[in-house]
Every structure is written in structure tokens, then in C-alpha cells.
Write a protein that binds this ligand. Structure first.
Ligand code: PHE
Length: 346
């Protein structure tokens, strides 16, 4: 047995290995499951007990030495091969896979583009806000349920029982940005505020605690509901196609009066009814209305002289309708297989 070990040792030492394929051959010959070293280990069972210690040690040393030779050669040969391939200037380059924009960014840019054509400027504001900008100046009554802990992530609260304009929270809508615009600028203005918003909701296919909105505001003399309707019709047709119809349903928001919700005709069935529009022919896309005079006054705008309209939409919702995505969570998981489907020049 000892002789066999020395035999294999000399044999392995004398092997000439020039490249990686020689090395692989070497590995299979000595180190694989059926290799020479493993076969010796199999024989070890038949060694009489009094020789086991000596032979066992010999075997282990042999295995270590061969493994070491293999490891060293691997490092050397791999770097050699890499170098020689780098020297070959005619070798085709590695393909670089190009990234893609996130679907939410694509749709956000599209929405901004449509309103930019109508003269709307983009305004941004903080995600961490106070109650004053998110609720109070937008005419939310102190006991309005939207302020409740169930919807709003509070960062600090003055009192657990009552809301206070100084409470610090994560904004639940980007209407807060519009309050800042109204406070700091003189009408007329047209502005849209895209951004992230936060609501304390359980995460499901249809709801998430973080999502994105684009809200719009137009204030001038003699702005009417007809202007709102025409603006939204233009927007819907630019985004969803020339044939798109819109429908406004009466609704309620504290900061607009009258308020409405807008539906667009279902693109999939052309309004005839399908499972996407739940056989109604319509899909709900946004909330809107004429800015409440109380909101104008709270932001130091003369409500006798000026009127305006506002609207707000969730970008995820629009993207879901555009791309027929039926689970909101896909937008946040960043699975490359999902994201790769949105290659675009935008
Ligand atoms: N701020 C509302 C929301 O987050 C949307 C909205 C904006 C509705 C402007 C009407 C007017 O749901």
C-alpha cells in the first residue's frame, strides 16, 4: 500500500500540464470520485489495523499534495488564459445588456409630457410633511378619517387624541405640494406635482403602502369646470389613444367642490365590457374638481377673483391599465424578468 502511495505521488508530480484542459484531465484522473486517490481510499478498508495510522497519514498527505498542485495550476492557468484572450484584439466583445427604465418612471414621464404641452410646470415638495400642508389647509375637518392613524404614517404627534397642524407625517398625497405652490406664488399658474406618497394600508395586489401620484392644479381668473373637463379629455386621449371617451361621476373630496371621479372607456373591449373593466366598459383613473374657495383663502388667494381646478391620479394605476399588469406588487419587487419587458427609448 505504501508503495502504491509513493508510486502515485511520483506519477502525479511528473504530469506535464500546459493548459486548463490538461488540468481538467489531471483532476479527473486523480481527484474525481473514481480517480486514483479515491481508489486508494477504497483500498484503505482492507489495511490491517496496526498499519492504519501510518497509511492513513500517507494517504491524506498524498491527497493534499495533489489537491494543492491542482489549485496552484488552476490559478496560474486561468490568469494566463484570461490574458491571452485580452491580447486578441479581433475577439468579439462581450455583449453588454442594456438596462431599462422602470415602468413607473416611463408612465410618469409620459404624464408630465402631456401636461407640459398644455403649459403645466413641474413642482416638487418634501415627502416628510406637516399636517398643515397635507390636511389642514386643504379643508380636512379635524376629525376627518383620512387623518386617522389607520391611513397616515405619523412621525411625531403633538397629541394622541387630536390632530394638530404641527404634527409631522409622511404625505398621503402630493396635494401638499400644491398648497406650497399656492402659498408662494401669485396666480395664474399651472402646475403638476409628481411624487411618492405613503398610506398605512396592507400590501396586496391592489394596494400598497407606498405609491406614486401626479396631481395637477390650474388657478386663474374664470377657470371653469368646462376647462377641467377639456383638459382631462385631452390627457386621456394622449395617454390612452384618440378613441378614448371619458366620463365624470360626482364624488367628494374636502378640497374640491364640486368633485368628480373620472373614468376612461376600456381600451381592451372598446367599451363593450370585459373582465378588465368588470363588464362596465369603464375604468376609474383619477379624482378631480374645482378648488374649494376655503382652500384658496387658506393659501392667501383671493377666491372672489380666482378659481381653479385640481386633479390627482396614481401612477401605478395608470401603468396597470396601460400595460395590463394585474398585481401592484410587481412594481416594487424589481424582478429583472418583469422590468426587462419595458425597454423604451424614453
Ligand atoms: N388628493 C386626492 C387623492 O390623493 C386626489 C385629488 C386631487 C382629487 C385633486 C381631487 C382633486 O386621492
Amino acid at each position: 500500500m505504501l508503495e502504491k502511495i509513493t508510486g502515485i505521488k511520483t506519477q502525479a508530480e511528473s504530469e506535464v500540464i500546459k493548459n486548463l484542459s490538461d488540468l481538467e484531465f489531471f483532476r479527473i484522473k486523480y481527484l474525481s470520485k473514481k480517480g486514483l486517490v479515491s481508489l486508494l481510499f477504497d483500498d484503505f478498508r482492507n489495511v490491517p489495523p496496526e498499519h492504519k495510522k501510518e497509511i492513513g497519514q500517507g494517504l491524506n498527505i498524498l491527497k493534499q499534495e495533489i489537491q494543492e498542485k491542482y489549485n496552484q495550476l488552476k490559478v496560474v492557468l486561468e490568469s494566463k488564459e484570461e490574458k491571452s484572450s485580452l491580447n486578441d484584439l479581433t475577439r468579439p466583445g462581450y455583449p453588454i445588456s442594456s438596462g431599462s427604465r422602470h415602468p413607473i418612471s416611463i408612465v410618469r414621464s409620459e404624464i408630465i409630457d402631456v401636461f407640459a404641452r398644455l403649459g403645466f410646470l413641474v413642482s416638487e415638495g418634501p415627502e416628510i410633511e406637516d399636517d398643515d400642508h397635507v390636511f389642514s389647509r386643504l379643508n380636512f375637518a379635524p376629525e376627518h378619517p383620512a387623518r386617522d392613524m389607520q391611513d397616515t404614517f405619523y412621525i411625531s404627534r403633538i397629541s394622541e387624541e387630536d390632530s394638530n397642524p404641527d404634527d409631522i407625517l409622511l404625505r398621503t398625497h402630493t396635494s401638499s405640494v400644491q398648497v406650497r405652490v399656492m402659498q408662494n406664488q401669485q396666480p395664474p399658474f399651472r402646475t403638476i406635482s409628481p411624487g411618492r406618497v405613503f398610506r398605512n394600508e396592507a400590501i396586496s395586489a391592489r394596494a400598497h403602502c407606498i405609491f406614486h401620484q401626479v396631481e395637477g392644479l390650474y388657478i386663474d381668473e374664470n377657470v371653469s369646470f368646462a376647462d377641467l373637463k377639456q383638459t382631462l379629455l385631452y390627457f386621456a386621449r394622449e395617454l390612452f389613444g384618440k378613441e378614448t371617451q371619458i366620463r365624470l361621476r360626482p364624488s367628494y373630496f374636502p378640497f374640491t367642490e364640486p368633485s368628480a371621479e373620472m373614468d376612461v372607456s376600456c381600451r381592451l373591449c372598446g367599451g363593450k365590457g370585459c373582465n378588465v373593466c368588470k363588464y362596465t366598459g369603464w375604468l376609474e383613473v383619477l379624482g378631480c374638481g374645482m378648488v374649494h374657495p376655503k382652500v384658496l383663502e387658506a393659501c392667501n388667494i383671493d377666491s372672489k377673483k380666482y378659481t381653479g381646478f385640481a386633479f390627482g391620479m396614481g401612477i401605478e394605476r395608470i401603468a396597470m391599465l396601460k400595460y395590463h399588469v394585474n398585481d401592484l406588487r410587481l412594481y416594487f419587487e424589481n424582478d429583472i424578468r418583469f422590468l426587462d419587458q419595458f425597454k423604451t427609448s424614453l
